[in-house]
Design a protein around this ligand. Structure first.
Ligand code: SF4
Ligand code: SF4
Length: 482
């Protein structure tokens, strides 16, 4: 994604730079050379207020990520995304295939939220809380800096011979990377099967959990591969959200942007002369810290994950040359071009209205959603039967879906008139397995004098003990009393 902004700003650069950059950054992503081979990046460790704040945010992220699998509400995980069983739990509420429309609407609402959020805040999510960025930059990259040293040392080691130090450092790094990937894989799996199931895999005999162990092994190698080798390619080549940026962003969206009006024409510092050109001293610090290897001065680019490392790097440079910070900053394209402040545009307002409508519908559906769904039908081919001198009975079939995590011993009562219910079977209950389905048959017996019409509407209360779970309506057929 290249914008008119980048084109405009290029026209203000020195002609040699302009030509060189036009033929390179527009033709291929920054991590691929002219022969199509991957260019390995050695980004410098950023330093500054944004990096510090992102580090704090990452601690919160890790606390949340590693504790959620242990949080249970009424015996259920807080979140569960069991795609293999088509069972999803959000905030302790189970969603079955029967709730597909709620789940579908949730997804649509989420997508509208993403569109609105991106239109307003660009790739704020990617830079600050995307698991890929947070784990890569705040976890694995830091381990790498600790074991191999900063970018310069890493590069020297990569280009140097395989001596003892290199073998030891590389070996240690990859061992730690794999162990950490294994830990993350465990937690990741617990989001799919639940923390309790994962604990069983860990503690019970291996032979009982072959599929689970295979999943763990595959996930471990995938995470290791991503964080040790694939890295920024996940954002620049694979991530669909990244690729959607070009249609979601507009000139009013907040992005990490280079102020080309202030920075250009760029040029090195010459202490002997008074500076008459732009503030950018062409030091490439913003490029050296970039984890995707791009030059933010070329304008908004698909590869920019909004990590703010270039803001910190440039702010440090501006401090050193006694210029105001913010040559690279959060701003909109219109903000840089016309000095406009970030504001709430008509497009954002329309998305907000749409989001509000969807959230209202979703809240209503969630609020009115029942934990036990029952369907009652009169038994086919039957009218009514006399029961003794003064009563009449009808036979009904019932089907129940139990969305709770506990077995429901169901009993039935008439809610809107006198009479009784007799469930056919032992103990006069209909047992419904936890998170399963049940069915049964029962008689409704009404006194003849309460039957005023041929078809009487009755309300049946479904009870678990004394707890009313649901009320369903049914028709009762009987002779009209005179
Ligand atoms: S250009 Fe800046 S914000 Fe974008 S990825 Fe590179 S360092 Fe991060
Ligand atoms: S860090 Fe700032 S001054 Fe240095 S090249 Fe980047 S934009 Fe220019």
């Amino acid at each position: 994604m290249q914008t008119t902004n980048s084109k405009d700003q290029l026209t203000q650069k020195a002609p040699s730079l302009q030509f060189e950059e036009e033929v390179t950054f527009r033709d291929r992503i920054a991590t691929v050379d002219e022969k199509g081979k991957r260019k390995w990046l050695f980004p410098q460790r950023p330093k500054g207020r944004f990096y510090t704040t992102r580090t704090i945010v990452s601690y919160l992220f890790f606390i949340i990520f590693f504790t959620i699998p242990f949080i249970y509400i009424n015996g259920r995980p807080l979140f569960l995304f069991n795609v293999t069983q088509a069972k999803f739990i959000l905030f302790g509420k189970v969603f079955w295939p029967q709730d597909f429309f709620i789940f579908g609407l949730t997804m649509i609402t989420f997508i509208v939220f993403i569109i609105l959020f991106t239109a307003a805040f660009g790739r704020l999510f990617c830079g600050w809380v995307c698991p890929q960025t947070v784990f890569m930059e705040m976890f694995f990259r830091k381990i790498e800096y600790f074991i191999e040293g900063d970018a310069g040392k890493q590069k020297a080691m990569a280009n140097g011979p395989w001596d003892t130090e290199k073998i030891l450092r590389k070996g240690a790094k990859h061992l730690v990377f794999f162990l950490m990937s294994f830990v993350i894989a465990n937690f990741f799996l617990s989001y799919i099967i639940g923390g309790k199931e994962l604990w069983k895999i860990i503690t019970e005999p291996v032979t009982q959990h072959i599929p689970g162990l295979m999943s763990l092994t595959i996930f471990s190698f995938v995470f290791y591969g991503v964080y040790a080798y694939f890295r920024e390619q996940a954002c620049t080549v694979v991530c669909p959200y990244g690729r959607l940026q070009s249609v979601l962003l507009d000139k009013n969206s907040m992005i990490v942007a280079y102020d080309y009006k202030r920075g250009e024409p760029r040029g090195k510092v010459n202490k002997k002369e008074e500076r008459t050109i732009g503030d950018c001293i062409d030091c490439f610090q913003c490029v050296r810290v970039c984890p995707t290897g791009i030059d933010i001065r070329n304008g908004t680019q698909l590869e920019c994950v909004g990590c703010t490392a270039c803001i910190d790097a440039c702010d440090n440079v501006m401090d050193k040359i006694n210029k105001p910070r913010g040559l690279v900053r959060y701003a909109s394209e219109n903000g840089i071009a016309n000095g406009e402040k970030l504001h709430y545009t008509t497009r954002m307002k329309l998305y907000t209205v749409l989001l509000g409508i969807l959230l209202t519908i979703l809240s209503f559906l969630l609020f009115t959603r029942k934990d036990v769904d029952a369907t009652v039908m009169r038994a086919p081919g039957q009218l009514y039967q006399d029961r003794g001198q003064d009563s009449v009975m009808n036979l009904y079939n019932i089907k129940i879906a139990n969305k709770t995590v506990e077995e429901v011993p169901l009993t039935i009562r008439i809610e809107n008139m006198g009479g009784s219910v007799e469930i056919i079977g032992s103990k006069h209950i209909i047992p419904v397995k936890k998170e399963g389905q049940g069915s049964g048959s029962f008689f409704v017996i009404l006194p003849k004098q309460s039957i005023r019409e041929r078809k009487t509407e009755i309300k049946l209360g479904l009870y678990e003990g004394d707890k009313l779970i649901d009320v369903v309506k049914a028709n009762f057929l009987g002779p009209v009393s005179r």
